[in-house]
Design a protein around this ligand. Structure first.
Ligand code: NAP
Length: 308
């Protein structure tokens, strides 16, 4: 079981202006805290902070010789922000994939990333074209493996049939707050299933094909662990009381709930606060200790009612 460090918060604001030395300091402290709690995977995307997130990670790597060999980097492509008169659109054309990966490598100051994720499904994508673009990057030694994000089982199968090697990751929003990934599995044949925005069978597809499931938004932005302004919900109260009884942090309970699921979910934690990152350290242990009754208690408290 493992945690992933999500770099979306690093690199200053989203204006596209270059990151400052203070932004690099912040990133360095966050990366150090992540490594200290045993994290080795770092999650990036070409669009995070309009490239600044990758740039500051590159500067952190420059400051620390040898660090590159101790971490694994995954980045994403497939979203365009503020280009061609549109706020945002998706682009998984071969040209975009090649161009975006090269730009990410330049910003990061590395010659390869361990993993490339297709950020979101592009309705115009052609799996054969994506597969060929990925194969060229792999054969050039620029990318070690391919995964997806925000894709359903059907979309993964559609992509997989064009690839000559397995997809290795699907990164989805999953948390105590965003529970559709688990709701979808139990609301089969139930009238409430129409309210679930998650394609049933995606978790099972990933388990069947040994695709790692990564959870973005896993901390639910602190909603259950004391973020200012967060509602005092029964779920937040239960998280707090469990943390107190077990002598751990609320973050560890929130993440432990995800990691207790047998799919081996890897939470991607997006905090830039070193203290909050360290507060996640105990998550895997809490998952190991969490009984099925405790797991259901957290789930039903968060869903606001009993299972169907
Ligand atoms: N694949 C995708 O489509 C996708 C989409 C979004 C994100 N991601 C990835 O997933 C990572 C995590 O996503 P996320 O940042 O949306 O979710 P998250 O990890 O659930 O939330 C992190 C945010 O919540 C704040 N937070 C957490 N606990 C808090 C507390 N107790 N009090 C105050 N603030 C608290 C953090 O602030 P502090 O920094 O101050 O701790 C940070 O801004 C990203 O970094 C990115 O790598 C992927």
């Amino acid at each position: 079981m493992t945690l992933v460090y999500g770099c979306m918060g690093l690199g200053g604001d989203w204006s596209g202006t270059p990151a400052t030395a203070a932004d690099v300091d912040t990133a360095e402290q966050a990366v150090e805290a992540a490594i200290e709690i045993g994290i080795s995977w770092f999650d990036q995307a070409d669009i995070y902070r309009r490239g600044s997130s990758e740039s500051v990670l590159g500067q952190v790597l420059q400051r620390s010789p040898g660090l590159r060999d101790r971490i694994k980097i995954q980045t994403k492509c497939g979203i365009r922000l503020g280009e061609n008169g549109l706020d945002a659109y998706y682009d998984l054309s071969a040209a975009a994939i090649a161009e975006r990966v090269d730009a990410s490598l330049t910003r990061l100051g590395v010659d390869h990333v361990e993993l490339l994720l297709l950020h979101r499904p592009d309705p115009l994508m052609e799996p054969d074209e994506v597969a060929a673009a990925y194969a060229r990057l792999r054969d050039a030694g620029k990318v070690g493996a391919l995964g997806v994000s925000n894709m359903s089982a059907a979309q993964m199968a559609f992509m997989q049939r064009s690839l000559d090697e397995p997809l290795v990751v699907n990164q989805l929003e999953m948390s105590l707050l965003k529970r559709d990934w688990v709701e979808a599995g139990v609301l089969v044949n139930h009238p409430e299933s129409t309210a679930v925005g998650f394609p049933e069978g995606t978790v099972e597809y990933c388990r069947t094909h040994a695709v790692r499931l990564q959870a973005w938004g896993a901390l639910a932005q602190g909603r259950y662990s004391g973020a200012p302004g967060a509602e005092p919900t029964p779920a937040a109260e239960l998280v707090a009381s469990m943390a107190e009884v077990k002598g751990t942090t609320r973050e560890a309970i929130v993440l432990g709930w995800l990691m207790r699921h047998p799919a081996g979910i890897e939470p991607v934690i997006g905090s830039v606060n070193p203290g909050r990152i360290r507060a996640c350290a105990d998550a895997a242990e809490q998952a190991r200790q969490m009984s099925n009754v405790e797991w259901y208690a957290l789930w039903t408290a968060a869903r606001g009612g009993p299972v169907p």
